[in-house]
Design a binder for this molecule. Structure first.
Ligand SMILES: [Fe+2]
Ligand SMILES: [Fe+2]
Length: 284
C-alpha cells in the first residue's frame, strides 16, 4: 500500500456535490416499470426499500472515524458523502411509501427484513466499528459497480421517465463518492482480509434480503408462479448479460490487494450524466 493511498484519492474533476432532485414517481410506481418485467421491477423496488436502512449504516460507520481524518480534502468529501446519502435515503423513503401505497405492499414488513439484519449485527459482539466500516467499503464498491451498469444502460435498458431518472441520479452520485469509505478505511489501517471477508458476507446478506423482499412483492402481485418470472430469475442468476454475471468483474477487482475504487475511471461517464440530468446542487 503506498502513502498516496492514505489520503483522498477522488480524482481531479470529481466533486461530491449533493443535488436536490424532484421526481414525480406517482404514476409509474404502480406498474412493472422496468421493461414490464415483474421480477426485475421487484428487484429494483426491493433495493429501494433497503436504502434508508443501509445508507444510514454507511454514514454512521464513517462518522465513527471522522475525527481520525487529517486530510482536509477527504474531510470535505466526507461531508459531501453524508449529504448525498442523506438525500438518497429521503428520496427513496418517498419512493418506498408511494410504491407500497400504489401496490398494496406492507411497508413495515418489507423494510423490516433489512432492519432485522442491522439489529442482529448490532447484537453481534464480533461486529465492531471497524467491521461496520469494512462492510460499508464493500457495499459502496458494489453500489458503484451497480451504478455504472445503470448509467451505461445495461440494467435499465430503454426505460425512461422519472423512475429511471431517480436511479440515474442516485447512480451518478454513488460514482462520485465511491472512494470515500475506502479512503477512510485505508487511513485507519483497515486490512485487506477484513474488507474481502465483508464483501462476501455483505453481498450474501444483501442478496438474501433483496430476494426475500422481491419474492414477498411478487407473491402479493400474484406473479410468483408465472413462467415470465421464472425466465427472468434465470436470466438474473445465470445469463451472461444478467445481473449477477454483470457484477463479477467488479467482484474480482475488489479481490486485488492493490485495488482502489478509482482504478476504474468513470469521469467521462459522470460528465455525460451530469449534463443530461442537470439537477440543482444543494448549497454546501
Ligand atoms: Fe446512496
Ligand atoms: Fe454510497
Amino acid at each position: 500500500m503506498t502513502a498516496l493511498r492514505q489520503i483522498s484519492n477522488t480524482p481531479q474533476g470529481v466533486a461530491i456535490k449533493p443535488r436536490t432532485p424532484a421526481f414525480n414517481l406517482e404514476a409509474a410506481l404502480a406498474n412493472d416499470w422496468l421493461g414490464n418485467d415483474p421480477f426485475m421491477t421487484a428487484v429494483f423496488n426491493a433495493m429501494s426499500l433497503s436504502f434508508p436502512t443501509g445508507e444510514k449504516e454507511f454514514i454512521d460507520s464513517v462518522r465513527v472515524y471522522e475525527d481520525r481524518i487529517t486530510d482536509e480534502k477527504l474531510l470535505k468529501e466526507i461531508r459531501g458523502f453524508y449529504q448525498q446519502e442523506g438525500i438518497h435515503s429521503r428520496e427513496h423513503r418517498k419512493y418506498n411509501k408511494l410504491l407500497c401505497e400504489k401496490r398494496g405492499y406492507d411497508l413495515q414488513e418489507l423494510e423490516g427484513v433489512y432492519i432485522k439484519s442491522v439489529v442482529e449485527s448490532r447484537e453481534n459482539s464480533k461486529v465492531t466499528p471497524r467491521v461496520m466500516l469494512a462492510s460499508t467499503v464493500a457495499m459502496e464498491h458494489f453500489t458503484a459497480a451497480f451504478g455504472e451498469n445503470v448509467l451505461t444502460g445495461q440494467l435499465l435498458g430503454k426505460v425512461e421517465g422519472p423512475i429511471a431518472e431517480l436511479w440515474q441520479w442516485h447512480s451518478m452520485e454513488e460514482l462520485e463518492h465511491k472512494s470515500i469509505a475506502f479512503d477512510v478505511y485505508t487511513q485507519i489501517g483497515g486490512s485487506y482480509q477484513l474488507r474481502v471477508t465483508l464483501l462476501r458476507v455483505g453481498l450474501w446478506m444483501f442478496f438474501r434480503n433483496t430476494m426475500k423482499v422481491a419474492f414477498k412483492m411478487l407473491r402479493k402481485d400474484k406473479q410468483l408462479w408465472k413462467w415470465k418470472t421464472f425466465k427472468s430469475v434465470g436470466k438474473f442468476l445465470f445469463a451472461k448479460n444478467g445481473f449477477i454475471r454483470m457484477h463479477v468483474p467488479a467482484y474480482k477487482d475488489f479481490l486485488r490487494e492493490d485495488f482502489h475504487p478509482w482504478d476504474v475511471d468513470n469521469r467521462a461517464l459522470l460528465r455525460q450524466w451530469q449534463e443530461k440530468l442537470e439537477l440543482t446542487a444543494v448549497a454546501a
